[in-house]
Write a protein that binds this ligand. Structure first.
Ligand code: HEC
Ligand code: HEC
Length: 338
């Protein structure tokens, strides 16, 4: 009877007669989604919060629940005490009460944690609305100075755990770009757009075979405008003038002859397009350079073409040993690719 009832309920539920509605399809790159399981799973989810990584995850999702069930099944064999009065069974009663207490407190803690996350998300959304709302209250939020913005960006960087993938000092890790000197590499305008909607740079190249493509993708954090600006300010302040020296001659407007010469060097002489795509030409062994001028600063372009190994000892980008004036012309050409 119970089984039949369950079957009928399951069929009705699958027809959408009742039960929770399905939400939008899961988006693994949306990191602002707050998962709220049904109440009887809140405790298990909380267990996972206690053991968040590595073998702990297996422990929380598989080992502990399985052991608990096995224990329940084995209980009649383990406990042969003929006594039935609760008062005469202190050990069993204590264990039972403690288990119940553990389940209840995990469930409550899980519920509180989900509420906390939901409130934090709502606060972020509200704060952004206040900042980006049409200037109804213009004098309320004074423009922040860059140092303040960068400090807020640093806090956000920690809060969103960007460093779980990106090193903030030293070379790339596991193919994920280092952000140690992002301010010397990225153009500000591009960076703030990229953070809000990451596009592919290295991902679609075929560096995977050599383990040089990042295994993981840059997630879409669904950042608000204000958050993207804070992170941009933080990252743009990260410079390493020794690694990427400033070359004033590259910021001056280039003569068209130099640009022409650079184009010849890149496409013909050194055949960079064996690895790089530029417009319709070339391959995707390395990043697509079609719009590299919008993305990268000339000083970085100089540094990576001049000696890519200085930036990353294990890079798959070749040092083709261009002469300094050849590097300059190549940079002048690449900088026009907007
Ligand atoms: C799951 C790992 C992961 C996390 C977490 C992550 N990133 Fe990334 N990020 C990547 C990968 C992989 C790339 C390279 C993407 C590519 O080249 O196509 C990347 C690229 C970037 C770039 C571009 C670097 C460049 O100039 O080439 C920036 C900037 C960046 N991430 C910032 C952030 C910030 C800020 C956060 C935190 C809000 C963050 N990332 C969190 C994996 C991650
Ligand atoms: C053997 C293949 C190969 C050749 C040849 C090559 N590159 Fe690269 N290049 C790469 C790879 C791989 C990367 C990605 C390096 C990384 O992200 O660590 C890269 C990165 C770059 C970048 C940085 C792109 C970005 O958005 O960060 C530039 C610019 C660049 N190469 C220019 C050139 C130029 C100019 C030439 C010719 C003089 C050239 N490359 C020749 C493989 C190559």
């Amino acid at each position: 009877m119970a089984f039949l009832l369950l079957l009928v309920l399951a069929v009705l539920e699958s027809r959408g007669v009742f039960g929770p509605p399905l939400e939008a399809k899961a988006d693994p790159t949306n990191s602002s989604y707050v998962p709220r399981p049904d109440w009887y799973f809140l405790g298990l989810q909380q267990l996972l919060r206690i053991f968040p990584r590595g073998f702990g995850q297996v422990l929380a999702t598989t080992v502990i629940p399985t052991l608990a069930v096995i224990l329940l099944v084995a209980l009649p064999f383990l406990d042969r005490n003929p006594e039935r009065s609760p008062r005469r069974r202190p050990v069993a009663m204590t264990i039972g009460a403690l288990s119940a207490l553990a389940v209840v407190s995990l469930t409550i803690a899980g519920d509180l944690a989900v509420r906390r996350e939901e409130r934090a998300l709502a606060r972020r959304r509200a704060a952004d609305k206040a900042l980006t709302a049409p200037a109804a209250t213009p004098s309320e939020s004074p423009p922040q100075d860059p140092a303040q913005l960068a400090a807020a960006g640093e806090r956000l960087f920690e809060e969103l755990k960007c460093a779980s993938c990106h090193p903030l000092t030293g070379p790339p890790r596991g193919g994920v770009p280092t952000l140690a000197w992002e301010g010397g590499r990225a153009r500000r305008g591009w960076l703030s757009i990229y953070l809000k909607k990451p596009t592919r740079i290295r991902w679609e190249t075929n560096l995977a075979k050599r383990g040089q493509r990042p295994e993981r993708r840059m997630p879409n954090f669904d950042l608000t405008d204000a958050e993207a600006e804070q992170l941009t300010a933080f990252l743009m302040a990260r410079q390493d003038p020794e690694l990427i020296p400033h070359r004033p001659e590259l910021s001056a407007p280039a003569e068209s002859a130099a640009v022409k010469q650079g184009e010849k060097l890149v496409h013909k002489t050194y055949r960079c397009i064996i690895c790089h795509r530029i417009g319709p030409e070339g391959n995707l062994f390395g990043p697509d350079l079609t719009h590299v001028g919008s993305r990268r600063q000339p000083d970085f372009l100089y540094a990576i073409i001049h000696n890519p190994y200085r930036l990353d000892h294990h890079t798959a980008m070749k040092n083709l040993h261009l002469a300094p004036d050849e590097v300059r012309d190549a940079v002048r050409y690449l900088a026009t690719l907007r």
